[in-house]
Design a protein around this ligand. Sequence first.
Ligand code: ADP
Length: 207
Amino acid sequence: MTASTAHPWVLGLTGGIGSGKSAAAERFATLGLEVVDADQASRWVVEPGKPALAALAAHFGQGILQANGALDRAALRARIFADSDERLWVEKLLHPLIASEIAERLRTARSPYAVFVSPLMIESGQYRLANRLLVIDAPRELQVARTLRRDGIGEAQVEAILAAQTTREDRLALADDVIVNDGSLDALHAEVDRLHLVYLSLAGTHS
Ligand code: ADP
């Protein structure tokens, strides 16, 4: 008998900053699903010992490394901030590595289905990895208030991040399911639990 190569069914999970997508992802994890986080994947590929970190150091010099050999993200950001050629170079290096890291983790997930959470699901085209897309939506004022509270950054910075993200309309246009996260955390969890039953059934009939 050959080993099964069937890919697990994948739920894509996204939402604007402060919408509550991490809170939703945590609930899916509590329900026993494997959660693959695109933000984490972008850190895994530059861990010490990974070829991408050596490539970055060869290109930009040791100044982008911390004393312990880990990537100094602030130093790298400073190098590419005002230089679009350098930024493109880094993106060309890292994006395929991040994509294959994500694909591999989704492929090997052992739960009834896998949850792939990404803040840039739409912008990056990553939604194509998902069988179904769940969007967490929240009124803009709530997004801003939650992010201010969580990150302790200024309102102007939150507004700048919001402006750089895809529009609510684009996100909602691609959504199969939407949770409007404008109530309590318990209400969010209840909605996740309800959809989880739908996803179990969809994943069960997926071959
Ligand atoms: P995102 O990952 O979409 O940026 P988070 O899930 O981190 O957003 O939520 C932003 C902040 O708001 C977090 O501190 C989170 O705990 C909180 N939060 C999210 N949803 C709710 C809710 N329904 N009620 C209260 N706090 C919430």
